[in-house]
Ligand binder design. Structure first.
Ligand code: NAD
Length: 287
């Protein structure tokens, strides 16, 4: 068997096109969705992410507000900016780029963002809403995974889903979303016994552990759908590096039914879902 490769770039392009159409419709009613991105410090990877987010935001027809603060910004100053953005009616989504410098309490800053503008879905109120099955804003990466799964498989009800990793930004919300779709859900993590056996039970396997090629081909149930969230940079010959996922892709390809590649799988969905969440927040603000 050779698995069908799920093209995350094409998927994300489809979502971005839908978001742009719906943004234009909302703008025609006088509401231009606005996303504010706050970056503190000089982290090189974060600079790239923030630039890409701003570009995509504008391409979707939304208003983009960028705040670049110096590394030594006081926590009180950052909290004051977040409070200002919470009160600004032109801003429907607020994203504080992580990681923040060490002297700033990340949890305090994330919890200062209004839950209605929390387009990352990291606020404890949104985590609670998701756990309780109530409408809220859902973290972008697991939301992207769910959209891909539903498009690929249709009804997920009754499927045995195994989520690898229990972080607040991927593993836990992913499990909550799959439970909401009536899957039978297992979360496996660094303390799980017989980790490969847990994987082998999965009709749907979502890997988010941050360990290069941890999941081997013979851990995968034949025909399973595998979503690889991991982004790991590994060294190759001649001082070069390349990106690999949490799944040994070449091995998995011969066993799985469907699989996302790294790069070009789950990754592009995250930014598409960020803009989808911004549109959702803008729509709700109009009610
Ligand atoms: P994290 O480090 O917060 O959590 C990793 C989880 O994996 C933990 O719950 C841990 O228990 C589990 N784990 C670690 N090593 C393990 C092992 N050897 N066996 C079993 N379980 C193990 O990571 P995260 O933020 O959830 O991110 C996970 C991966 O997903 C990373 O590679 C990250 O770069 C990637 N990621 C990608 C996107 C995207 O595609 N846009 C977004 C977020 C995260």
């Amino acid at each position: 068997m050779t698995a069908r490769i799920i093209d995350g770039r094409a998927f994300a392009a489809g979502i971005l096109a839908e978001v742009a159409t719906e943004t234009a419709a909302l703008a025609a009613m006088g509401i231009v969705p606005g996303l504010a991105v706050v970056l503190v410090g000089e982290d090189a990877a974060s600079q790239v992410y923030v630039r890409n987010k701003a570009r995509r935001t504008k391409e979707a027809g939304m208003a983009s507000f960028e705040y670049r603060l110096p590394e030594d910004t006081a926590e009180t100053a950052l909290l004051a900016l977040v409070a200002e953005l919470n009160d600004d009616p032109a801003v429907h989504g607020i994203l504080v780029q992580l990681p923040l410098p060490g002297h700033i309490d990340t949890a305090r800053v994330l919890d200062a963002v209004s839950p209605d503008k929390d387009v990352d879905g990291f606020h404890v109120i949104n985590a609670g809403r998701l756990a309780a099955g109530l409408p809220g804003l859902v973290p972008c990466t697991p939301l992207g995974c769910l959209l891909m799964l539903k498009a690929e498989l249709g009804d997920l009800s009754g499927a045995r889903a195994v989520v690898l990793g229990r972080s607040n930004i991927v593993g836990k919300p992913m499990a909550a979303l799959l439970l909401r779709e009536s899957c039978t859900v297992t979360i496996a993590h660094s303390r799980t016994r017989n980790f490969p056996d847990e994987c082998r039970r999965a009709d749907i396997l979502v890997a988010a552990v941050g360990q290069p090629e941890l999941v081997r081909g013979d851990w995968i149930k034949p025909g399973a759908t595998v979503l690889d969230v991991g982004i790991n940079r590994v060294a190759t010959e001649g001082n070069n590096t390349r990106l690999v996922g949490d799944v040994a892709f070449a091995e998995a390809l011969t066993v799985a039914g469907r699989i996302t590649p790294v790069p070009g799988g789950v990754g592009p969905m995250t930014i598409a879902c960020l803009l989808r969440n911004t549109l959702t927040a803008a729509r709700r603000s109009a009610r």
